[in-house]
Design a protein around this ligand. Structure first.
Ligand code: UT7
Length: 324
């Protein structure tokens, strides 16, 4: 008998204010056509003044808990992946824990930028397998609108605000192949590329939050490579091939990255979940947002093999393989 982490609920939240590509073209030198063609993004959501990352996280988490049928008493771990915490410290996860009325277990943030959700899911899965938690809330929540240079058209059109969450429960299995849950995860980092995608501020540098700076082409190239090779590696380790994969939920940064990853994995477009058009790149929140969209479309069926994959600043990268 083995313990596996099973996703029992998914939830998402997008702030009500929508900023379209046309809206952006009124303030910077860009067009709806350029943004759609080069990225696949049509619009992004923007948090209201006073709305915090913890608010977005709680809204997504509440929906995930409701879908999973769990209460605050059941949850004994909260991991929040975010690059835009409410404050430098304490961890925004502790505020989320308090707001949701969760009183037991650990609560902490993970900073792996766009790979944050996969890092957080991996950490929760490891703790569940070790018996250190039984029911985890894994959340990705971001307010990128507050760390964007709204005069830099190379970055400000790409990102948005939003949150997604899953509830992971410990369940025992008899080791049969098609048992539900997370099968394996793999994380990586290559800090030599720190300056390729970073924020030019921080408590120890400028004392201000700073703005996103990115070498887009460099990030693009590495994203395609890491996101595809990690999934191939996980499949191979399980004696599986890409034809066994029912769904791929990639980090939603650019439709051209997603398409190239899909091609490398030899997946038809229908098997690749894309929600980017609606919310742009919400960093650590994109994978649970995309999963939530797939749930709403009732795409995932019991027994389906699903791959998650992401790459972000650092560089960091990670992937997970799970059985629905
Ligand atoms: O989650 C991880 C984080 N980020 C990513 O994954 C992003 C990865 N990179 C990308 O998605 C792409 O590199 C971008 C979308 C950022 C840029 O696309 P690109 O095809 O690499 O374009 P580019 O940077 O080579 O720019 C092409 C042209 C340039 O003009 P010139 O020099 O050819 O005259 C840019 O100045 O497009 C121009 N450009 C724009 N034009 C209109 C750049 N941004 C814009 C814009 N609107 N918003």
């Amino acid at each position: 008998m083995k313990t596996r982490s099973v996703i029992r609920g998914v939830g998402a939240y997008l702030p009500s204010k929508v900023l379209s590509n046309d809206d952006l073209s009124k303030t910077i030198d860009t067009t709806d056509e350029w943004i759609k063609q080069r990225t696949g993004i049509a619009r992004r959501h923007i948090a209201a003044p006073g709305e915090l990352t913890s608010d977005l996280a709680c809204a997504a988490a509440r929906r995930a808990m409701q879908n999973a049928g769990v209460t605050a008493e059941d949850v004994d771990l909260v991991i929040l992946a975010t690059t835009t915490p409410d404050n430098t410290f304490p961890a925004t996860a502790t505020r989320v824990q308090a707001k949701l009325g969760i009183r037991s277990g650990a609560a902490f943030d993970i900073q792996a930028v766009c790979t944050g959700f996969v890092y957080a899911l991996t950490q929760a899965d490891n703790m569940i397998r070790l018996g250190q938690a039984t029911c985890a809330l894994v959340i990705g929540a971001e307010i990128y609108s507050r760390i964007l240079d709204w005069e830099d058209r190379g970055t400000c059109v790409l990102f948005g605000d939003g949150a997604g969450a899953v509830v992971l429960r410990a369940e025992t299995t008899n080791g049969v192949e098609r048992d539900r849950g997370i099968i394996s995860t793999k994380l990586g980092a290559d800090g030599r590329f720190y300056d390729s995608l970073y924020v030019d501020g921080g408590p120890a540098t400028t004392g201000t939050a700073g703005y996103v700076r990115m070498q887009g082409k460099e990030v693009f190239k590495h994203a395609v490579e890491h996101m595809s090779s990690l999934v191939l590696g996980l499949l191979k380790a399980e004696g599986l091939t890409t034809s066994d994969l029912d769904w791929l939920v990639p980090h939603q940064a650019n439709i051209r990255i997603i398409n190239k990853v899909g091609e490398r994995l030899d997946l038809s477009d229908e098997k690749v979940i894309v929600s980017l058009e609606e919310h742009a790149n919400t960093s650590a929140a994109t994978i649970p947002l995309a999963m939530n969209q797939a749930m709403e479309r009732q795409l995932f069926k019991p027994g389906d093999l699903i791959g998650l994959t992401a790459m972000g600043g650092g560089f960091t990268f990670g992937a997970a393989l799970l059985r629905w």
